[in-house]
Design a binder for this molecule. Structure first.
Ligand code: DAH
Length: 340
């Protein structure tokens, strides 16, 4: 029996030493010291021993039990500490790891171009004014001298909200609004959205942007208009970009011109963008029709003025050499992030 005890002690000591988790220690404890444990049954079997041997054997069994219990406790502490460390390591947050990348936003190329356009005119002393996109026929057409039967008034071209209310088809109604509410000198620009019943394609969109300009004062001439647009072209596209005025017609200006700029892509040589002409049409302009001045309450005998309207998309495409209007509206980040 003594030998058995020694053998149990050594084997269990070894098992405890080799245990890798608190849970396995518990299994070992139950197996040896539990109600049906090895040592417990050994103790029970002592009844069969001769009485004189019992105390000594009892002592021995107790010693073994104490030794094993002590060992179990010691190992349990070790393992619990280890398990705690492992848990902490697993839960640890590495604050030095890089976070998910959040790209910085950037301006839309059209906003970059528009900001530049505005900056140029503000630098020349213009004030930026706003106007409504849902507009009265009165301002969009009537005060601009657009006759009742003019094709632009057709529902094929203009979106009607009501009989006398439209989605403005140009930024020119802002001219009429300003002229009817202010006294000269007037020097304003007005960028904004306009609407036309056009199919979307490489150069058309039912919603697009224009920037209107208006100057009214004494002695304003066509020379002032040309000088202003020349200076705009130079600042917007660089030295060597010239303007070309072609006679045209708008009901609200007289004389009227369509204005071309030297193609910024080929610098006038002729290329695909300018269809070989070296020029690109970017705006309409003219001297404000005296009849319009009169309708808006400005004395045409004392004052004269010029006006222009340019396409913001047009200028953006030119500035950045973008081949198709749709790129501006599709919001593909691969395209948009190229412009900063
Ligand atoms: N509103 C015209 C258009 O949409 C552009 C324009 C032409 C504006 C001549 C003007 C102007 O102010 O004087 O085509």
């Amino acid at each position: 029996m003594e030998k058995m005890l020694r053998e149990i002690r050594e084997r269990v000591m070894q098992n405890i030493e080799e245990a890798r988790a608190s849970q396995s220690l518990e299994q070992i404890r139950v197996g040896i010291l539990g109600k049906k444990g090895e040592l417990t049954s050994l103790l029970r079997g002592m009844g069969k021993l001769p009485p004189e041997e019992r105390p000594k054997m009892g002592q021995l069994v107790n010693d073994v039990r104490q030794a094993l219990e002590a060992k179990l406790e010691e190992r349990a502490k070790e393992l619990q500490e280890k398990e705690k460390q492992a848990r902490l390591a697993a839960e640890a947050i590495d604050v030095t790891l890089p976070g998910p990348e959040r790209g910085a936003g950037s301006l839309h190329p059209m906003n970059i171009a528009l900001n530049k356009m505005v900056e140029i005119f503000v630098g020349m002393g213009y004030e930026v004014v706003d106007g409504p996109e849902v507009e009265y026929d009165h301002f969009n057409f009537e005060l601009l001298n657009v006759p009742k039967n003019h094709p632009a008034r057709d529902a094929q071209d203009t979106f009607y909200v009501e009989d006398n209310i439209v989605l403005r088809s140009q930024t020119s109604p802002v001219q009429a609004r300003i002229m009817t509410t202010r006294k000269p000198p007037i020097r304003i620009i007005s960028p904004g959205r306009v609407y036309r019943a056009d199919e979307a394609d490489a150069t058309h969109s039912p919603v697009f942007h224009q920037m209107e300009g208006l100057v009214i004062d004494e002695n304003i001439t066509m020379g002032d208009l040309k000088g202003t647009l020349d200076e705009f072209a130079r600042q917007m596209f660089g030295e060597g970009i010239r303007t070309r005025f072609r006679p045209s017609f708008f009901p609200f200006t007289e004389p009227s011109a369509e204005v071309d700029l030297t193609c910024a892509n080929c610098r006038g040589e002729g290329c695909r963008m300018c269809k070989g002409t070296g020029w690109i049409e970017v705006l309409g302009a003219g001297m404000v029709n005296p009849h319009v001045l009169e309708m808006c309450g400005i004395d045409p005998n004392r004052y004269s003025g010029f006006a222009f309207g340019m396409g913001v998309e047009r200028i953006t495409l030119l500035k950045y050499n973008i081949p198709n209007l749709r790129y501006l509206y599709e919001n593909d980040l691969r395209f948009l992030t190229q412009y900063r």
